[in-house]
Design a protein around this ligand. Structure first.
Ligand SMILES: Cc1cc2nc3c(=O)[nH]c(=O)nc-3n(C[C@H](O)[C@H](O)[C@H](O)COP(=O)(O)O)c2cc1C
Length: 218
């Protein structure tokens, strides 16, 4: 069959670069594409998203835990640790908003599995972009003011709006399930012992040199 030249709607590679909460979270652009089948088109569009992620992950972040709105533990039963604006602002602009999985530690302590959201919390109509981490461990008390280190290794899904609190909780529980499985895979497990988590604090880049590009926000 001859190639078909068509205009395809593809996910914009700079999704999430705007600080304006009114901007659409997913932007689409029209791009001419030469494809023979619909299956090829789907593969190509998916690859464009994948290539953005592979240049941005792993992402290492470090900062002090600040107070959020406190709804994570009260309303959701899923306590989250918030980063200050400075850390959020240092995220590479091209990094898509959404839910990520990886590893995290508090005050250079044990390294736990984590899920992390980057976005405006559509459900709560937040106007400020936030980075919220849920560490898979039961802590006896709050740790505001402590140092939180995370390495983001993979992307799970975009941020969504939900019609009920119950749906939001179910979505986060599913994220936790997905993250647990992914983090047991050898290519992700190895980051648990990355030098970045040691008290002397490597920048995370030592490992990344052999595993592709890396970025850190503090
Ligand atoms: C893994 C994870 C996924 C999340 N996904 C969404 C989402 O899809 N939509 C949304 O509005 N908020 C999402 N959130 C953010 C929660 O709404 C947020 O943690 C909650 O508002 C508590 O924030 P607070 O403690 O600052 O009040 C997510 C949070 C986490 C940790």
């Amino acid at each position: 069959m001859d190639d078909v030249i068509g205009v395809a709607m593809v996910m914009d590679d700079v999704r999430g670069s705007s600080e304006d909460p009114e901007e659409p979270i997913v932007r689409w652009t029209c791009q001419p594409m030469r494809v023979t089948t619909y299956a090829t088109f789907v593969k190509l569009a998916g690859r464009s998203f994948h290539s953005v992620m592979s240049t941005k992950l792993p992402h290492f972040a470090e900062g002090e835990v600040v107070k959020g709105f406190g709804r994570g533990s009260k309303e959701l039963g899923i306590p989250t640790a918030n980063y200050p604006e400075s850390v959020v602002d240092n995220l590479p602009k091209e990094m898509p908003l959404g839910v990520y999985y990886g590893w995290g530690s508090v005050d250079d302590g044990e390294v736990y599995k984590m899920v992390l959201s980057v976005g405006w919390n559509l459900y709560y109509k937040n106007t400020k972009k936030s980075m919220e981490t849920y560490l898979m461990h039961t802590f006896n008390e709050d740790f505001y003011g402590s140092k939180l280190k995370v390495v983001m290794l993979g992307y799970i899904r975009p941020m969504k709006d939900f019609s009920s609190l119950d749906e939001l909780v179910k979505a986060i529980e599913n994220d936790i399930y997905v993250a647990k499985q992914k983090l047991d895979q050898p290519e992700n497990l190895k980051y648990k012992t990355n030098n970045f988590f040691s008290p002397s604090g490597g920048k995370g880049n030592e490992e990344a040199e052999t595993n592709g590009p890396s970025h850190i926000s503090r």
